[in-house]
Write a protein that binds this ligand. Structure first.
Ligand code: AGP
Length: 607
């Protein structure tokens, strides 16, 4: 995950402009930075890993000549955060520099093809194939713009790309497909940015580059074309009224809400996990004698849900353990035959790392699932997977939870396939359903948000909430509880619906709010009974139910609809969306800032 920026100035040096634009995004915590400019038919470049401050202190990012420049800050997904993996990437002759945001899915095949033609690669990124492909097309005699167009035709995946070329030092060429890219237009300059908040201090006039479009940007001018038929697309700049802070949140009032809405796209990214790494971790899980799923907080809830996935799909029994309890509970039994799958968004949670370290010393196999390549977890793991969500700013984890679930679901499916536990037809069906999950989440966001806001308003003064579910959605209930209590400071608890009679039922009185997560899975009949029982005792029921479920609707005081026909192992991904929104709108209704919950930090890195 990255951000890209570029500028073409009429006068002056581009490098300090690029540097300060990237600095505006620095607080999100990127791990590498780089800039390139063109001057006197030569390419100039500086890049390294580390924060912008550190890289600037080492290299002086302002000291590059030329009025045309591009820049990039990186959150590693393909290739570790090393200097060679930082952007821009260049061709063999150092004539073409490219910054790229997105994922090139067919990069491995293209790289092999280019290596056969004699191209030498310096990085492990998917992005580096782009300057080499352009170089190859230039060698074939194509003009610069045509060479880029031809290159784009070979790429599969999502991209926002900006290219500069030593021999055409007056322009930046950009392309966009399933990504975000905007041109900023000023009197004496033009800018391109994946995040328009970076150019708002310089200009408020912006032109969006839409999907499958190509733009050539020079000082104060731009030309946009449709890639498919090369038709010219006249498009006037629009005035952006957002403040920089608001623009950074894409107009949403809080990062938490922005990140909830990011989920169709972050889930799509999570589904692009690289096959070879999924296969590798699957192989480790397959041969493991015992598997512990270890994590804290939201990541632990992902572990809980995945223990159902592994068991039901692949007949693999796993032990989900809160990292804080792992050493006490399991410490002495861990040995060379134990496999630990540690899940951590940050990869730096002290308790998770302590559990991992303990297991490592006992010669256990350590596997990691994280959002931060280069984090301590990736360094201590035998193999790891990245969920590819990009930076999550909100302290309450939202998009990284659903991304974790997606990757864990992919692992469970692969293991099921490898073990022959599910028929090919069924696997194909489930894979298809997994592919549809971003659309399912999108539908819930589009259709249920208003209703959830109203429900939050109705219940905002309640002093206690109970969340309940059965089967895999018990994990969803736990996550709904955590979201509500961390952003609202309302005591809440989650309990398996079947356990209610073993204690929690004594809490229930008139108007006592219980959130039931009840999609139509194999626990459905029982949960309908649970709801009836609570209703009889006066509870106010908020049900997360499938669309068209008239039985639940009739029983519930309030209901939120999720999509029909999503398989059970994927249902937490959709059922948690209403709970995230509920926590968010409760906080807003109660006048709290959901982005800054009291006493909490994004990553708990000390014990
Ligand atoms: C989630 O909303 C919390 N802020 C917190 O519980 C978090 O999930 C936990 O600290 C684990 O963090 P990690 O995934 O970075 O290890």
């Amino acid at each position: 995950m990255v951000e890209i920026f570029g500028c073409v100035l009429k006068d002056g040096n581009a490098a300090p402009v690029v540097h300060s634009a990237l600095e505006r995004l620095e607080h999100r915590g990127y791990d590498s930075v780089g800039e390139a400019t063109v001057y006197e038919n030569k390419l100039w470049m500086k890049k390294d890993c580390g924060t912008i401050d550190k890289v600037h202190a080492r290299h002086d990012l302002d000291d590059l000549p030329g009025r045309v420049g591009i820049g990039h800050i990186r959150w590693a997904t393909h290739g570790a955060p090393l200097k060679e993996n930082a952007h821009p990437h260049v061709d063999c002759n150092r004539q073409i520099a490219v910054v790229h945001n997105g994922i090139i899915e067919n990069f491995a095949a293209l790289k092999r093809e280019l290596e056969d033609l004699g191209h030498v690669f310096g990085s492990k990124t998917d992005s580096e194939i782009i300057p080499h492909l352009i170089e190859e097309n230039l060698k074939r005699g194509l003009p610069f713009i045509e060479a880029i167009r031809e290159t784009i035709n070979r790429l599969e995946g999502s991209y926002a790309i900006a290219v500069i070329y030593a021999k055409q030092p007056d322009k930046i060429v950009c392309v966009q497909n399933q990504s975000t890219l905007t041109i900023g237009v000023a009197e004496n300059a033009a800018y391109i940015a994946s995040d328009l908040s970076t150019f708002l201090p310089m200009t408020k006039r912006a032109v969006k580059i839409e999907n499958q479009e190509f733009a050539v940007v020079s000082d104060g001018k731009y030309e946009i074309r449709r890639i498919t038929d090369w038709s010219l697309l006249p498009r006037e700049p629009k005035l952006i009224k957002w403040t920089r802070e608001k623009a950074e949140k894409l107009g949403y009032p809080h990062f938490m809400l922005k990140e909830i809405h990011d989920q169709p796209s972050s889930i799509r990214n999570a589904l692009k996990s690289q096959d070879q790494y999924l296969d590798l971790i699957t192989a480790f899980l397959d041969r493991a004698k015992e598997v512990f799923l270890v994590a804290c907080g939201t990541s632990y809830h992902a572990c809980l849900a995945s223990s159902y996935m592994f068991s039901k799909l692949a007949s693999l029994s796993t032990h989900p353990v809160a990292a804080t309890e792992f050493i006490q509970q399991q410490g002495r039994s861990i040995n060379i035959d134990s496999t630990i799958l540690a899940v951590s968004q940050s990869g730096e949670t002290a308790d998770t790392l302590a559990a991992v370290e303990h297991a490592r010393i006992q010669a256990a196999t350590i596997l990691g699932l994280t959002n931060v390549v280069g984090s301590t977890l990736t360094r201590v793991s035998r193999a790891y997977l990245c969920i590819q969500s990009g930076p999550e700013v909100g302290v309450a984890a939202t998009k990284t939870f659903t991304a974790q679930l997606c990757v864990l679901a992919q692992l469970a499916l692969r293991l099921a396939k490898k073990r022959g536990k599910v028929s090919h037809v069924e696997i194909e069906h489930l894979e298809e359903k997994l592919e549809q999950i971003p659309g399912v989440v999108e539908t819930i966001l589009q259709t249920q948000e208003d209703r959830i806001r109203k429900i939050a308003r109705k219940y905002r003064d309640k002093g206690f909430f109970l969340f309940s579910g059965r089967g895999i959605n018990l994990a969803t209930a736990f996550e709904g509880t955590l979201k509500l209590l961390e952003t609202n400071y309302i005591p809440s608890m989650a309990f398996p619906a079947g356990e209610m009679e073993h204690g929690p039922i004594s809490l229930v009185e008139q108007g006592f709010p219980i959130v039931f997560i009840c999609p139509r899975d194999e626990t459905y009949e029982k949960i309908v009974e649970d709801i009836r029982e609570m209703k009889d005792r006066g509870a106010s029921i908020i049900a997360i139910a499938e669309e068209g479920d008239e039985e639940i609707k009739a029983l519930a005081d309030d209901y939120i609809e999720v999509v029909k026909g999503v398989p059970e192992f994927l249902s937490p991904i959709m059922c948690v969306i209403p709970l995230q929104l509920f926590a968010y709108y409760m906080a807003v209704e109660r006048g709290l800032d959901p982005d800054r919950p009291r006493h909490l930090t994004k990553a708990v890195t000390v014990k």
